[in-house]
Design a protein around this ligand. Sequence first.
Ligand SMILES: *[C@@H]1O[C@H](CO)[C@@H](O)[C@H](O)[C@H]1NC(C)=O
Ligand SMILES: *[C@@H]1O[C@H](CO)[C@@H](O)[C@H](O)[C@H]1NC(C)=O
Ligand SMILES: *[C@@H]1O[C@H](CO)[C@@H](O)[C@H](O)[C@H]1NC(C)=O
Ligand SMILES: *[C@@H]1O[C@H](CO)[C@@H](O)[C@H](O)[C@H]1NC(C)=O
Length: 174
Amino acid sequence: MEQRIVILVVLLIVAFLVCSEAPFVKMTNAVCKSYNQSWVVVHYCRLKAYSRTKTSLNINATFIEPAKEISVHFKMMKKANGYKPFLYDYTFDACEFMRRRHHPVAKIVWNFIRNVSTVNHTCPYVGLQAVSDFHRIEVPVPLPSGEYVIFLDWLFDLRPQFATNVYFTFVEEH
Ligand SMILES: *[C@@H]1O[C@H](CO)[C@@H](O)[C@H](O)[C@H]1NC(C)=O
Ligand SMILES: *[C@@H]1O[C@H](CO)[C@@H](O)[C@H](O)[C@H]1NC(C)=O
Ligand SMILES: *[C@@H]1O[C@H](CO)[C@@H](O)[C@H](O)[C@H]1NC(C)=O
Ligand SMILES: *[C@@H]1O[C@H](CO)[C@@H](O)[C@H](O)[C@H]1NC(C)=O
């Protein structure tokens, strides 16, 4: 009898822990591609698993020629019968941002990677560029739970040169 009660209590605790899971953001896939191998070579673009709810992102690429005019096309979508509805779609001038730090969407991207990347300077960018062990993610806008993707297309001289796309799962507080 007593044993049954203990088992019941344990089950209740487990059920409670499972149902009242803390909110989390977990990157589930990272896809990088170069559109122009004579300007950008991607060596490495992978997630590393930390735990069931945490992964870290590592990207390593070389800009063969100096990139002096860089813009970023930021697109975020939520999965719903494929990744269709565009939640956010912005293009910003990355060189301008690194000079003045004004653009609000660029600021979000910047705050994410500034401590874990080689990006901390103004244009031009040349040689090895890296994002190492990026895992501290705080979602700056309210989001419903779901599967998302952020497409970042990087344009040099107004032409797409490479893409870094990150898929993630967001679980909000229950
Ligand atoms: C590809 O990169 C080369 C080397 O920097 C550059 O000269 C060329 O304009 C680029 N092509 C496109 C389509 O951007
Ligand atoms: C980037 O990748 C290249 C090729 O795999 C490797 O030689 C280099 O050590 C890496 N650098 C960093 C900073 O991760
Ligand atoms: C980056 O580092 C600065 C200064 O050390 C710190 O204030 C900031 O919170 C860090 N940001 C992230 C996203 O880790
Ligand atoms: C980036 O560069 C600025 C200016 O040189 C410096 O103050 C800052 O500590 C650097 N680091 C980060 C993470 O922004």
